[in-house]
Design a protein around this ligand. Structure first.
Ligand code: G6P
Length: 450
């Protein structure tokens, strides 16, 4: 029986089915991994969903990492819960992404999917109830599992339960779009926890406002930071050195504007490219002297809107290259693949970091680039990113919808005097690393245990 349990949709390991039926494990990093490793696998358990065929096969064969339990949920229930509710409804509400004249539509089909979402949450609650020692601490993660605290509380009143939201929290006006009974079920599900955590005060307050009279649970802000030492070590591995040399050969002695995102609707990659285009138009002296390095990891490609968005990113980058490119200058280099090595190499090369989401729970890229960039970088940062709450003093703040303002911020960033840039980068890196993941995790655990 475990005394500390974590539950999240995506776990710390995933399996790929190799040729000849071999199972190759791929381990992820991140805050929860290093936090839980502080406790040890004897006493801790991470409950997550089997995401693909490889994971399902691992469950069937009884293959598991120590301290990890994967749940093999019926694929159609899983698809309705993950794609149909978590990523199409809850993610869109919390990030204010709806195209309001058409969306959202809460009909019978939505209610059918909601039942799957409830069942998927219940599978987690039941597994946690079965695995937790008397009085254990359970840390439930994110919008996929909003109903788990209430369901688990009913099964095991003895447990200490926390829920942490990694996204923003919808404004009360957005939250009110949900059918009343569903909104109450969602809120009551979360309020089953002893403590609720968010990355910023702003998201915590939005939750409290939206919950109104229902809310009695303790709500707190626990901003996640980065582990500076670990990140620098990762960024200086030989394979990153190699990629850096390749990128340097492409970029030459030009300045760089770097962005790294999932191909995610909330990341505002298109307006970022429009701003770069406007910058090259308004400040032609920078043509041939700057390169925009954009990494966009494919994400949630089961959803048509994400596929279309990814295609639009490629198209706009091609248009900019066609409009401004010359025989030996390609203005934008876009990489649409999951390539963290290339991203780290780009971080090292960054003169300017562009982080302009329309809304974001935290955004760790804004914290990572200043830690890794070699020459120090100016950070152009959306006021709507959670990270802005901590970094605003040393960033160049932009309204993510204002393309002209963003274009001018890129110009200001590129022309910032070097001593000022160095000072700001140092302060950004210090703030970014002040609450590394392990501390973030242990702080919450301590608070939960009281
Ligand atoms: C956000 C969410 C995470 C999620 C990640 C990647 O950061 O808060 O819970 O894991 O996006 O999305 P994915 O759908 O690929 O897990």
């Amino acid at each position: 029986m475990a005394t500390v349990l974590v539950a999240s949709n995506r776990g710390p390991v995933s399996y790929a089915l190799g040729e000849g039926g071999s199972l190759d494990a791929r381990r992820g990093g991140g805050g929860l991994v290093s936090g839980l490793s502080a406790i040890g696998t004897q006493d801790s358990l991470w409950v997550c969903a089997a995401l693909g065929e490889g994971d399902r096969e691992a469950v069937r064969r009884g293959v598991a990492e120590p301290g990890v339990r994967m749940l093999d949920i019926d694929p159609s229930v899983y698809a309705d819960a993950y794609n149909g509710i978590a990523n199409s409804v809850l993610w869109f509400l919390h990030h204010h992404l709806y195209d309001i004249p058409r969306e959202p539509v809460f009909d019978a089909e939505f209610r059918r999917r909601w039942e799957s979402y409830r069942a998927y949450n219940r599978a987690f609650a039941e597994a946690l109830a079965a695995e937790a020692a008397e009085g254990a601490a359970v840390l439930v993660q994110d919008y996929h599992l909003a109903l788990v605290p209430g369901q688990l509380r009913a099964l095991r009143p003895d447990l200490r339960i926390a829920h942490f939201t990694h996204t923003p929290w919808a404004s009360p006006q957005y939250l009110r779009m949900l059918p009343t009974d569903i909104r109450e079920e969602l809120l009551r599900g979360m309020l089953g926890a002893d403590r609720l955590g968010f990355h910023t005060r702003a998201w915590a307050s939005a939750f409290e406002e939206g919950a109104g009279d229902l809310g009695r649970t303790l709500v707190a802000a626990h901003p996640l930071g980065v582990d500076g030492e670990e990140l620098r070590a990762l960024a200086h591995r030989p394979e990153v050195d190699e990629r850096l040399a390749e990128l340097r050969a492409e970029v030459g002695d030009r300045r760089t504007i770097v962005r790294v995102d999932r191909t995610e609707l909330s990341k505002n990659i298109l307006r970022g490219l429009l701003a770069y285009r406007e910058f090259l138009t308004a400040h032609p002296e920078w043509r041939e002297r700057v390169v925009h390095l954009a990494s966009a990891y494919p994400s949630r490609q089961d959803l048509e809107s994400y596929r279309a968005y990814t295609a639009s990113v490629r198209e706009l980058a091609d248009e900019i290259n066609a409009e401004f490119g010359t025989a030996d200058w390609q203005p934008v280099l876009v990489s649409v693949k999951d390539d963290f090595t290339r991203s780290l190499a780009a971080y090292r090369l960054a003169d300017v970091a562009l982080v302009n989401p329309v809304r974001d729970g935290m955004n760790l890229v804004a914290k990572e680039i200043p830690v890794v960039s070699e020459a120090g970088c100016a950070l152009v940062l959306s006021r709507e990113a959670g990270a802005h709450e901590e970094l605003h003093e040393d960033a160049l703040t932009v309204n993510p919808f204002d393309v002209t303002e963003t274009a001018e911020a890129l110009h200001a960033a590129l022309t910032m005097p070097p001593p000022e840039r160095t000072d700001r980068t140092k302060r950004l890196a210090a703030t970014a690393t002040s609450r590394p993941p392990r501390r973030w995790f242990l702080d919450q655990l301590e608070a939960l245990r009281g």
